[in-house]
Design a protein around this ligand. Structure first.
Ligand code: FES
Length: 116
């Protein structure tokens, strides 16, 4: 069963997001803490905390391959798929981001305790 996404307005323009010098920002939206990355004129969203030991990913950087690199143990995760590209076996939760006429949106699964 596919999960229902709820789309939340992230920003009217990426410049509204408080990106650091590594083009990473941490925000709270839709009840989640997310890390937003700006890479090659696109925005990507993933969980704010590293799946290894919960380091804040916004303190890391994005390498040339488009992997976010954790600031603590340097594990790498593909921003599009969440795949742990350095092979430690973790998985980073990623969220779809869409550019629409009226802004940038992030899709977050609806919490549903009953599974429908
Ligand atoms: S906390 Fe991120 S790699 Fe260990």
């Amino acid at each position: 069963m596919s999960k229902k996404l709820e789309w939340h307005l992230l920003a009217l323009h990426p410049n509204e997001l408080n990106f650091n010098e590594e083009n990473l920002a941490e925000i709270k939206i839709g009840g989640r803490h997310l890390c937003i990355a700006r890479f090659h004129e696109r925005l990507f969203a993933c969980a704010a905390k590293c799946p290894h030991a919960a380091a804040p990913l916004a303190g890391g950087y994005v390498n040339v391959q488009g992997d976010i690199v954790c600031p603590v143990h340097r594990y790498k995760f593909n921003l599009e798929t969440g795949r742990n590209t350095t092979g430690e076996g973790y998985f980073l939760k990623t969220y779809p981001v869409e550019e629409r006429e009226d802004g940038w949106y992030v899709g977050i699964e609806r919490d549903n305790w009953f599974g429908f």
